[in-house]
Design a protein around this ligand. Sequence first.
Ligand code: ADP
Ligand code: MG
Ligand code: ZN
Length: 620
Amino acid sequence: MPVGGRFALIVLAMLALNWVLASQIPSDPERVTVPYSYFREQALEDNIAEVSSENDTIEGTFRRDVQYPNPEEGRSTDRFETERPAFADDEILGLLLSKNVKISARAPGGRSALATILLSFGPTLLLVGLFVLLMRRAQGMAGAQGGMLGSLGKSRARRYDASATRTTFADVAGIDEVTDELAEVVSFLREPERFRRLGGMMPRGVLLTGLPGTGKTLLARALAGEAEVPFYSLSASEFVEMIVGVGASRVRDLFQHAKDDAPSIIFIDELDAIGRVRGAGNLGGGSDEREQTLNQILTEMDGFDGSEGVIVLAATNRPEILDPALLRAGRFDRRIVVNPPDQEGRKKILDVHTRSVPLADDVDLGSIASSTPGMVGADLRTLVNEAALAAAKRAADAVAPEDFTGALEKTLLGTARRIVLSAEERRLTAYHESGHALLGMLEPGADPVRKVSIIPRGTSLGVTFQSPDADRYGYGAAYLRGRIAGALGGRAAEELVFGDVTSGAESDLEQATALARQMVGRWGMSEKLGLVSVLPGPGQETVLLPGAPGAASEHTRELVDEEVRHIIDECYEHALDILRGHRPLLDDLAAALLESETLDEADAYRAAGLPARGRTLATS
Ligand code: ADP
Ligand code: MG
Ligand code: ZN
């Protein structure tokens, strides 16, 4: 049933209920209803003071209180009501006049017709009015910035119009392939003839996928600024709201607008909010609503035959949880992956975000880019912002390299905490971090150690930060074992030096275990288990839950646990061996840490008496 119909039905039902309830309220509790004969008797006994009548209903007051029907049961009252039978031809008027009764013809003293209606329907109308008002308010607040004050079920998509502060492709850096591909799609839209002549089909749906912060939303905004066609943007979570049945009609409305304005672009951000696999995770309420919305989108997209000139652009961080129906041919069949930027890309993104930031002459954005592998556009923006804040704190005119170093430290390692450690705790922490660092320095192929610190930050007492020289896109088994050994290096140093261990290695153990599990269960790096995938990848957790079809058997999962333990044990032994074999280096490094608390790359390698690895040393 359409939304409007359902709503109207509910209102009707409420009105009816209201009517029934209102009619149950006695019109006047004090007035006793008496038979006509009794009324006549009283008139004859000269006990009527006043009457008024409307049609055959007579109301009035007695001169003396009466108790009707009899003195034992009745209430004592002086007000009555009676019905005059149609066949009565008695001279009641003469009788009343002779008894000096005051007679009037105004409406009986009960409620007027208007009052009756108000009482019957008023409460319901009030409720409905209030409800509509609230909805208007809720929509008005959200829709206000967009200027489109939609009513119930109207899409709240915002139409972008070129404004003074529009985003352009110049604001998007370091992901040129993606930008080009999108621009190409738009060119189809603007010159459809070029394609149709060659028999090409316009893409109907384009899906942007990629990690959070890689610039998908930014890209869409830039497209809106550049495309020169109407651009409707909407966040998927806006479709699905508490009011049931609205999502689907919003979709219908949105597509209608877009078609009227064709050629045009519809942008649905965070598509996963509605596009999740149908029927999965139906625990909370509202999933029904989501499915209806999703179905409506599918229906609308199927309704395109390519001649409308409408392209649906969507973005998501989690393409793997999308309903397969969305990815079918003819829907979001063109997928564009937005990858995290490489070193050159990061440099360009830093350029964009420092356009309006005064930089000191010796700031080298290239070297910042090289020391931030894995960071995405949003991280880099935060980094620049932190650096600018630090410079402002110093009341400096320009942002200096130290501001960037500090900001990077803060972003990577967390903010320093002011807690005082005992001498013993400091010594233990120094050895713990030295253990991590030394393994990072000695393990062939390991990521170079960039910073070691025993200043407490966040939940940890110290940090060792390593990062590769170049961006990494895959991992070798030897490298991963080195990483596990490195993660266990802190605990190994504690055991070696103090003969006792602390709880400080909790997150190290978590990290080592997670790596080992993935090696065994996802990456086929265990001989015993072989090349099978046992553990769910990101987004597949529900699919491969134990017991689900396609999930690994009990036996296999036990084997995984066994192999994980095996790898960890081996790596821990290895860590102990290395540290034992280089005990003097460990002592030197710990002493240097105790003295200066934080060592950067060069200092750390010097303290350990090891040659620093040049930037040219490629990773395995
Ligand atoms: P996503 O939608 O992919 O999660 P956003 O588009 O919201 O990421 O990115 C957040 C912010 O990060 C942007 O507003 C922008 O300031 C910055 N950013 C991300 N990627 C880039 C990029 N390639 N170039 C410039 N800035 C970027
Ligand atoms: Mg986004
Ligand atoms: Zn540690």
